[in-house]
Write a protein that binds this ligand. Structure first.
Ligand code: PMP
Length: 394
């Protein structure tokens, strides 16, 4: 069939449209494992693009744990967990994650995306109401869409508007508030204590996505719920469903949910991305167990990445750059315009620094930014180089 008469011929126009708006992304291949440096197209670059916040993704203890597990458990899981995919390592990791989160139980998902896309529709259906922050991650948005519940999006971190929407929803069967705890592009926190108070007041469940906070925030690295609960006990009174990932600070792959045993038993039966998807390799669980050990034993890693971020942000702001509301290891430089952001990223790349340009649809139009993501593995000279090349904001 000639290409232009295919029912897929519209793809060429769709790609041309992305090109014209500067929004087409190319897939790249990297060489060598990435640490604070990465090799792309044969060039060694300082890596400010990964979510490997604690520098664990290539830690020898994780690799060794995985190798050992492969020798005993083989590689592929072969089936979904409810069939025969769940090994003793999956079960052990779920127990350790529950303990780590201070919850009764935990359940592993193939990815953080799958956890959100499975858990939300299992907890809310037609007749229910969901309240979702405007800057929530795509997987939370898709989970809300799949649920068929009436989803109300409130402006980013606007608790007054959230309170108003909740007050309007008393006729709904159930209410579910959904928020990232640490927003992945802006690097700011959700006002969790206030949101938890509203959840209690309006008899709503609070689902929090700790993807970027797990391992980095909280006295023992449990995330923002721990970080804020230490300061504001109101969080302990709310019915909280915690989602986390193994794929960022823990340096592995996969997602998880933690909560009461009843919640986990229910989700294991009803979350479709759990029931109908193959479990990940047992070796990944072994590596994640090793990562949890390092989170417990090496708190200096989270202290370091947080202090590097504070120092970088301070120096960038002093040079006139807009780091938005960032307070975390994710430091945006907000440039607004797509072309300006692409040019800045290209200039940094030219100088050997990999800093991704984030543009729509990842951020709203007019909010394009450079996303600097820090790791405990970064060295002071690498930060200095970044600051030098960025120079002063004009
Ligand atoms: N939630 C948030 C807030 C995220 O940023 C991401 C990944 N970027 C996910 C969930 C998905 O996690 P995973 O990469 O494990 O699928």
């Amino acid at each position: 069939m000639p290409a232009d008469s295919s029912p897929l011929s519209w793809l060429a126009d769709a790609l041309a449209d992305l090109d014209a708006r500067g929004l087409r992304r190319a897939l790249r291949e990297r060489g060598l494992p990435q640490t604070s440096e990465v090799e792309i197209d044969g060039r060694r670059l300082v890596n400010f693009s990964a979510n490997d916040y604690l520098g664990l993704a290539n830690h020898p203890l994780l690799a060794e744990a995985a190798r050992h597990a492969i020798a005993h458990h083989g590689w592929g899981a072969g089936a979904s967990p409810l069939v025969t995919g769940r090994s003793s390592l999956h079960a052990e990791l779920e127990r350790r994650l529950a303990e780590f989160e201070g919850e009764e139980a935990a359940l592993l998902f193939p990815s953080g995306f799958a956890a959100n896309a499975g858990v939300i529709p299992a907890l809310a259906d037609a007749g229910d109401a969901i309240f979702s922050d405007a800057k929530n991650h795509a997987s939370l948005i898709d989970g809300c869409r799949l649920s068929r519940a009436d989803t109300r999006v409130y402006p980013h971190n606007d608790v007054q508007e959230l309170a108003r929407l909740l007050a309007e929803s008393s006729d709904r069967r159930r209410r579910l508030i959904v928020t990232d705890t640490l927003f992945s592009m802006d690097g700011d926190f959700a006002p969790l204590a206030r949101i938890a108070e509203l959840a209690v007041e309006h008899d709503a469940v609070l689902l929090v996505d700790e993807a970027h906070a797990t391992g980095v925030w909280g006295a023992t690295g449990r995330g923002c719920v721990e970080h804020f609960a230490d300061q504001r006990p109101s969080i302990r009174d709310a019915a909280i469903v915690k989602i986390g990932t193994l794929s960022k600070a823990l340096g592995c792959a996969g997602g998880f949910v933690a909560g009461s045993q009843q919640l986990i038993d229910y989700l294991a039966n009803r979350a479709r991305s759990y029931v109908f998807s193959t479990a990940h390799p047992a070796a990944n669980c072994a590596a994640a167990l090793a990562a949890l050990g390092l989170v417990r034993d090496e708190p200096a890693r989270r202290r370091r990445v947080r202090s590097l971020a504070d120092s970088l942000r301070g120096r960038l702001r002093a040079r006139g750059w807009d780091c938005g509301a960032s307070v975390s290891q994710i430091v945006p430089v907000v440039l607004g315009d797509v072309d300006r952001t692409m040019q800045a990223a290209a200039r940094l790349l030219e100088a050997g620094l990999l800093v991704p340009a984030i543009r729509p649809p990842t951020v709203p139009p007019g909010e394009s930014l450079l996303r600097i993501s820090l790791s405990a593995d970064h060295r002071e000279q690498q930060l200095e180089r970044l600051i030098d090349v960025l120079g002063e904001s004009s």
